[in-house]
Design a protein around this ligand. Structure first.
Ligand code: NAG
Length: 209
């Protein structure tokens, strides 16, 4: 029996092969980073292992100055979780971010809905600290948890290539599940979370650690 030589069959077979081997058509996504709730940019062809278009919006309060940053680009699906995370180090030092992914060309074009931070204190507290140039920090203060922040988290990562940061404070449960590689735009930079550890927050200010 000779293999079919019909062009359609050939096309179908090669498509199937490509799919099986993960050699799908490269995805293309909009790419931009900017201060503000919206950013638009050019389309970029993603790398072979990037199967998603990502949109991230972050609200950071750094010593009382609140910034919203938008980021769009190509991503691996492992970078798409968690969808929403919130970490509070102090009343004037917190971060909330909203991440969405999609898997078709240019699908990250639409702006994300605005981040609505829940400022209501929930009665929990966590040891807190933040530092640059280090992978750990020793808590010196206590953060007052708000909204859905029911866990004490410790995160560390890169503030930019080669520059480490570490923070502790209150976090949402989603913040506990942030995988290594989670991207968090902040100002015009992109933070990369490398490590997260987490435990339920003790009721009221009790034992730290
Ligand atoms: C805000 O957080 C408080 C404390 O956890 C909670 O009781 C309240 O339901 C939250 N509000 C919204 C709109 O989610």
């Amino acid at each position: 029996m000779t293999p079919s030589t019909k062009p359609e069959t050939f096309l179908l077979t090669s498509m199937l092969l490509c799919t099986l081997l993960g050699l799908g058509y490269p995805l293309s996504c909009e790419v931009c980073i900017r201060n503000g709730a919206k950013c638009t940019g050019v389309m970029k062809t993603c790398a072979q292992d990037e199967d998603s278009c990502i949109s991230v919006m972050t609200e950071t309060n750094n010593k009382g100055s609140v910034d919203v940053t938008s980021y769009k680009g190509c991503a691996k699906s492992s970078e798409c979780d968690p969808e929403f995370l919130s970490i509070t180090v102090a009343p004037e030092n917190y971060m909330g971010s909203d991440t969405r992914c999609c898997q078709t060309d240019g699908c990250n074009h639409k702006p994300l809905p605005a981040i609505v931070r829940n400022h209501t204190e929930n009665g929990l507290r966590c040891p807190s600290c933040i530092t640059a140039f280090s992978e750990t920090c020793t808590s010196t203060q206590e953060a007052v948890c708000v909204g859905e922040e029911t866990h004490c988290v410790a995160v560390s990562g890169l503030a930019q290539p080669g520059i480490r940061f570490a923070a502790r404070g209150c976090g949402t449960e989603a913040a506990c599940h942030s995988k290594p590689g989670t991207l968090v735009p902040s100002g015009s930079r992109l933070l990369t979370i490398k490590k997260t550890s987490c435990r339920p927050s003790p009721q009221a200010s009790g034992k730290a650690e």
